[in-house]
Design a binder for this molecule. Structure first.
Ligand SMILES: Nc1ncnc2c1ncn2[C@@H]1O[C@H](COP(=O)(O)OP(=O)(O)O)[C@@H](O)[C@H]1O
Ligand SMILES: [Mg+2]
Length: 260
């Protein structure tokens, strides 16, 4: 469904120097797969997701969706179909909510893509996320967890084929994080979800792609195997050594990043 081949991406700094933030990235995602994209801050996760969403275009290499190479030019022609099939929840849900009410927010995509049963669908998705009582509220007045639910309802109601989420739990408290993990586990959709939280990663999917500090792929495979490879996890900086004092004796041991 998704194929990325030898993809590299650079930003320009203020002196117009090119800063490479994705280096020779290649992977495929088959229909139905749920991929976790891991890597420390700055490794390039958000940039990669933006490329997969057609918001940025790589200078080198190729990205194809359903067999069609997505160049900037090709994208212009297929943008509407692509946007209906491929949805992206950016890191901050608040940045993606712009309608006056929750109802309008969920209805927005449905109207854009000319669904006929807008009202029924809004009601159906509001029920799934238990946000019926919020339909008349302004999205901006909601809590982080409620905003995440509204955003997901507005993205999923158009029945997309490929879901991308960038650090979806960054703005959630522990109970809402638990709810989201359960929801995503049951959701039957091809997806790629980024996080720098290893313990969360293992709950969200079976396959992990790890971006290293050098912006290339450090690992692509089974997440359980990754978790047993301490050396690799340290290299990816997903594990850290901390000093502790236990019973008056200082010692060091590895820790998972369990904070967000
Ligand atoms: N618009 C931009 N212009 C210049 N540099 C950027 C821009 N966006 C991100 N970067 C830089 O690219 C690198 C990768 O960023 P990002 O893709 O956001 O990584 P991650 O999501 O893994 O934290 C970082 O060093 C970041 O500072
Ligand atoms: Mg990011």
């Amino acid at each position: 469904m998704v194929k990325v081949q030898n993809l590299s991406y650079s930003y320009e700094d203020y002196q117009l120097n090119e800063i490479e933030v994705l280096k020779n990235i290649s992977f495929e995602i088959q229909e139905g797969e749920k991929v976790i994209l891991l890597g420390i801050n700055g490794s390039g996760k958000s940039t990669l997701l933006k490329i997969l969403n057609g918001l940025l275009f790589a200078q080198e290499g190729e990205y194809s969706y359903k067999g069609e190479v997505l160049t900037k030019k090709a994208f212009k022609k297929s943008a509407k179909t692509f946007r209906k099939e491929v949805v992206f929840a950016m890191q901050d849900p608040a940045a993606m909510l712009f309608n006056p009410t929750v109802y309008d927010e969920i209805a927005f995509g449905l109207k854009q893509f000319e669904f006929e049963d807008v009202e029924q669908r809004v009601a159906q998705w509001a029920k799934i996320f238990k946000i019926e009582h919020l339909l008349k509220s302004s999205p901006l007045s909601l809590s982080g967890g409620q905003k995440q639910k509204v955003l997901l309802a507005s993205l999923l109601c158009i029945e997309p084929k490929f879901l991308m989420m960038d650090e979806p739990t960054a703005h959630l408290d522990p109970p809402t994080t638990g709810w989201l993990v359960e929801f995503l586990e049951e959701l039957n959709i091809t997806s790629i979800i980024s996080t720098h939280n290893l313990s969360l990663g293992q709950e969200l999917g079976k396959r992990a792609i790890v971006l290293g500090e050098d912006h290339s792929i450090l690992y692509d495979g089974d997440i359980a195997t990754l978790l047993s490879d301490t050396e690799l996890l340290v290299k990816a900086q997903l594990l850290h050594k901390h000093k502790h004092i236990h019973h008056g004796v200082e010692h060091k041991h590895y820790h998972l990043h369990s904070w967000q």
